[in-house]
Design a protein around this ligand. Structure first.
Ligand code: FES
Length: 117
């Protein structure tokens, strides 16, 4: 059963940046666009599992840091000619706070604090 979890404020995420939420469903990358829209995708590129949270956000898309696949933040779908999809998680903003629908949250961290395994 998934519940809404408060993972911090919109301002906690730099524009065009991301935070990583650790959950039983794996790491989730929560992105903020230049227009302050928030999206959440599994932090695992459908190509070879690159950390999307360390990618480049542009418009409503993110480009993977490893081999530059680009995914739609709203759907998780790769942009053609690449084919694949990163799981999308429901996310909403209420009163400036970000609510993410997952079964549980273990920890929240800035992507810059993460390390490539
Ligand atoms: S792992 Fe993301 S493009 Fe290759």
């Amino acid at each position: 059963m998934s519940d809404w979890h408060d993972i911090g404020t919109v301002e906690d995420i730099p524009r065009l940046g991301a935070r990583v939420v650790q959950s039983p469903q794996g790491n989730i990358a929560v992105f903020r666009t230049a227009e302050d829209e928030i999206f959440a995708l599994r932090d695992r590129c459908p190509h070879k599992a690159g950390p999307l949270s360390q990618g480049i956000v542009h418009g409503k898309r993110v480009t993977c840091p490893l081999h530059s696949w680009t995914l739609e933040l709203g759907t998780g779908e790769a942009i053609a000619p690449d084919v694949g999809c990163a799981a999308r998680f429901p996310v909403k903003v209420e009163g400036g706070r970000i609510l993410l629908q997952v079964s549980a949250v273990a920890a929240v961290s800035d992507h810059s604090a993460g390390t490539l395994a």
